[in-house]
Design a protein around this ligand. Structure first.
Ligand SMILES: Nc1ncnc2c1ncn2[C@@H]1O[C@H](COP(=O)(O)OP(=O)(O)OP(=O)(O)O)[C@@H](O)[C@H]1O
Length: 263
């Protein structure tokens, strides 16, 4: 059973303030502000090369920003599910052994951790044989071993079919609800993630726009980045999902969201 952490949503767990990153005279992040509170799911969307993974690396302290600050609340634990995992085909390893290598202080058994993420059936399977969705679940189980206050997921549904994507986003929502942790994740697009996220940051080096998924999808900065088709398609998706009837008439920019784009 997943265990819930105490809910204190008043203070942010993670704060990025005016973060800039330049590497080899190339600007990768510009004036990025972001806050993450306990119990919320925040998704960073943006096209290829927008700086999403770089932003996560800065947030995790793996990459020092050129300027600006990253503040993490004291005494918290962060779990990270990376975008890629290099698996050496010449070094077969079972899921059980892979989890054992994480060496986290672990009050949960591997069986119960895997059961929580719906992957108990692969515990003795070689890691190399897992499907994309099974591997993501195992990586999530590994990140959850530390009982994280923040779970960071980089493209958690990459290589997973649409049905599997829906299941994984449902799982992420359940982890948030049952554990009370904050979730910061990266996605290429909003289509499937929008039902499972509280706030969205649209990134293209800088934050083009941010707010609830419904606000972001109606923001001209989002349309400029992803094209009118994506925005229209999403609006229809929201319409179906929530059975609301006003989306076709609600195209104003950033009504009550945070709009950070002037260009
Ligand atoms: N350490 C680095 N040194 C130089 N350039 C880098 C470094 N890390 C990332 N980049 C460059 O920064 C840009 C943003 O990369 P990043 O991986 O953050 O994008 P992304 O939005 O996650 O892309 P994708 O959706 O394709 O995963 C890319 O052009 C990448 O080549």
């Amino acid at each position: 059973m997943l265990t819930s952490k105490k809910q204190d949503t008043s203070q942010p767990l993670l704060t990025l303030t005016s973060v800039n990153l330049t590497i080899s005279e190339r600007s990768l992040l510009e004036s990025v502000d972001l806050e993450l509170h306990r119990g919320e799911i925040v998704t960073v969307v943006g096209p290829n090369g927008a700086g999403k993974t770089t932003l996560l690396r800065v947030a995790l302290g793996l990459q020092k920003p050129t300027s600006g600050s990253v503040t993490v609340a004291s005494n918290i634990t962060i779990g990270y599910v990376p975008q890629k995992l290099h698996i050496d085909p010449t070094f077969p390893i079972t899921v059980r052994r892979f989890l054992a290598l994480a060496k986290a202080h672990n009050k949960h058994s591997f069986e119960s951790l895997l059961k929580d993420v719906g992957a108990e059936h692969v515990i003795d399977s070689p890691l190399q044989n897992l499907s994309g969705g099974e591997l993501q679940r195992v990586l999530m189980a590994r990140a959850l071993m530390r009982d994280p206050d923040i779970l960071v997921l980089d493209e958690p549904v990459q290589g997973v079919d649409v049905h599997g994507q829906v299941e994984l986003y449902d799982l992420i929502s359940r982890v948030r609800t049952e554990r009370g942790c904050a979730i910061l994740m990266v996605s290429h697009d909003l289509h499937l993630v929008m039902a499972s996220t509280d706030r969205v940051f649209c990134l293209n080096k800088h934050i083009c726009c941010s707010g609830t998924p419904e606000v972001v999808v109606n923001d001209p900065a989002y349309t400029a980045l992803f094209g009118p088709y994506a925005a229209r398609h999403l609006a229809i998706y929201v319409h179906d999902k929530e059975h609301q009837h006003d989306h076709d008439h609600n195209h104003e920019c950033c009504g009550d969201g945070e709009h950070n784009h002037n260009g």
